[in-house]
Design a protein around this ligand. Structure first.
Ligand SMILES: [Zn+2]
Length: 171
């Protein structure tokens, strides 16, 4: 409760100090920016959140060839098995989304290209640059550069965003 008359952050209606929620639209007096957005455009907010979450669940899959290469190189086959199980679980729990994406050629091309790029960088680093050489530092930087670029690309990619929005509008 506020001790003064307050203006709703969502609809700008004036409210009494005793009101904990806006009398006009019901938005909380202490709503955060995110809560206001949710209150104003619940549909859009929920869809954006779903798109964001689905990208998060796709990430391990995109990075999986990269991790598998590291496990194989280091001979950590037990870790590799656990990782494969984890990947299978990811595939299984996102099967509808993956099938939906699989039908869209540009999206598949984008994701597999990024995944292959990450794999290529780590293979070059593991097999072509000896551990003792100064190239290791550069290899690491190249890797982080590619990984960061891939994450930004996925976050900003309009085609992918629209595709995922369509998926959630449908389901
Ligand atoms: Zn209001």
């Amino acid at each position: 409760m506020k001790s003064y008359r307050w203006t709703c952050n969502s609809c700008h209606a004036p409210n009494e100090p005793t009101d904990s929620h806006c009398m006009k639209c019901g938005c909380s007096a202490t709503a955060s920016a995110e809560e206001i957005e949710e209150h104003q455009k619940p549909e859009k907010y929920r869809r954006n959140k779903s798109v964001h979450n689905s990208k998060k669940s796709l990430m391990p899959l995109m990075f999986s060839p990269y991790f598998l290469a590291i496990y194989i190189y280091n001979g950590h086959f037990e870790s590799m098995l656990f990782f494969l199980l984890f990947v299978m679980l990811c595939v299984f729990s996102n099967i509808k989304l993956l099938m939906f994406i699989a039908k869209d050629k540009p999206a598949v091309l984008t994701l597999t290209t990024l995944s292959t790029l990450l794999l290529t960088v780590i293979i070059i680093r593991l097999y072509l640059i000896p551990d003792s050489e100064s190239g290791v530092g550069w290899g690491l930087m190249a890797y982080f550069g590619v990984a960061t670029a891939a994450l930004i690309y996925i976050a900003k990619n309009k085609h992918l965003n629209l595709l995922l929005e369509r998926f959630y509008a449908k389901s």
